[in-house]
Write a protein that binds this ligand. Structure first.
Ligand SMILES: Nc1nc2c(ncn2[C@@H]2O[C@H](COP(=O)(O)OP(=O)(O)OP(=O)(O)O)[C@@H](O)[C@H]2O)c(=O)[nH]1
Ligand SMILES: [Mg+2]
Length: 370
């Protein structure tokens, strides 16, 4: 998962290491007068050491690091700042080179342009003109600066589906939309399984009456999961299937209706109009756009069109297990202003995970490459 992005980011950090070796940083006092961090404090250096901000312990796992950060009042790159003479300030030209390399890395990884710009600005703000404790090498400083900027981009728009669904009126109506083959039907089965485990009863609405085999596909999931499915014949009006499923759920006091819809290209006006009709009849409490992570920037463009058509509330990104680039996961929520509720990373019912900044940060920076 995200292997190509991870290794390119490592190369950016490596560049920091090279810069450190080349000593392309400015120091407040000449090198020879600086007391090494490892050297026990000399009488003359003692007051200076006291002024410097204590270092974060190295080699913390991401979780520990975040916990540590929270304990420290949410401070991050700031933890490594120094006000003493024992500090390092990266010079302007090498900083520009490093940011160029980071920009190319992010663009090649399908991160949306505005998000690339935001990350670059975040890193620049963390590095330009700021003085860091000499206890850190430049690659460590660059790494933390990049992590901070990425985390800031991810921190917006989180959505706790499990908590949300508990609080809704019954039946709760959830509609899934997206282009062909992105994984809508599979995601619905995964959500049905998840809801059942939460003790909620589920009705599936087979509103993909367009594609041959779609009703059978959902029926197989309903049988396996032992949940009710409401279906009509192929080519029936999908809005009437949704209506019947909601009627059924209401009369049987079921908790949640999951509406499967036919995949449609965002450019197909007839099918987009049909989708609007389903939404108008069903009044969904939540409209989820299901996007294929591999589509990168295209997934973001699709999400925008679906959002304009019916108003998307949240996103599920699928096939993240085969996505080397990570661009959609990193930038779709920020770009369209809707949260990623879940990511799907395989074809089994349990291959679904709640998405949040911590999940993404762990996968980008902590876990070894597959
Ligand atoms: N590797 C992987 N494959 C997935 C994932 N989600 C779905 N798939 C596969 O993607 C293919 C399409 O999934 P569907 O759920 O049928 O997609 P859909 O959006 O309902 O497709 P249409 O109904 O044709 O629009 C199937 O072969 C799924 O098994 C995932 O998270 N990872
Ligand atoms: Mg389908």
């Amino acid at each position: 998962m995200f292997d190509s992005l991870k290794s390119k980011l490592k190369a950016v950090f490596q560049k920091g290491k090279e810069l450190d070796a080349e000593k392309v940083y400015e120091t407040a006092v000449p090198e020879k007068e600086i007391v090494s961090a490892e050297t026990p404090a000399q009488p003359v250096a003692a007051p200076i050491r006291e002024q410097s901000t204590p270092a974060l312990p190295k080699k913390l796992s991401r979780k520990e690091e975040i916990r540590q950060r929270k304990k420290n009042g949410g401070k991050r790159a700031e933890d490594m700042l120094s006000t003493s003479v024992m500090d390092k300030k990266i010079k302007d030209d090498p900083l520009d080179d490093l940011l160029d390399q980071l920009e190319v890395t992010l663009l090649e990884s399908d991160v949306a342009y505005p998000v690339v710009q935001e990350i670059i600005l975040g890193v620049r703000n963390n590095l330009a003109g700021r003085k860091y404790s000499r206890e850190y090498t430049l690659d460590e400083i660059v790494e933390i600066a990049v992590k901070d900027a990425v985390e800031d981009v991810l921190a917006v728009n989180s959505f706790d589906f499990d908590a949300w669904v508990i609080q809704q009126k019954r039946p709760t109506i959830i509609m899934f939309v997206g282009i062909n083959g992105t994984g809508k039907t599979t995601a619905i089965a995964k959500i049905a399984n998840r809801l059942k485990k939460q003790g909620l009863s589920v009705v599936l609405a087979a509103c993909d009456t367009f594609r041959a085999g779609a009703i059978e596909q959902l029926t197989v999931h309903a049988d396996r999961l032992n949940v009710k499915i409401v279906k009509h014949d192929q080519n029936a009006d999908p809005a009437s299937v949704a209506y019947d499923a909601i009627e059924h759920a209401t009369s049987k006091m079921r908790d949640v209706v999951l509406i499967d819809t036919a995949g449609r290209m965002q450019t197909n006006n007839n099918l987009i109009a049909e989708m609007k009709k389903i939404a108008k009849i069903a009044h969904p409490d939540l409209k989820i756009f299901v996007g294929d992570a591999l589509a990168g920037n295209d997934a973001i463009e699709q999400a925008k069109v679906f959002d304009e058509a019916i108003g998307v509330d949240a996103i599920i990104l699928t096939k993240i297990d085969t996505d080397a680039k990570g661009g959609a996961a990193l930038s779709i929520a920020k770009t369209i202003g809707k949260p990623i509720a879940f990511v799907c990373d395989g074809q089994e019912y349990d291959d679904i995970a709640k998405f949040d900044a911590e999940w993404m940060m762990e996968r980008l920076f902590d876990q070894p490459e597959d």
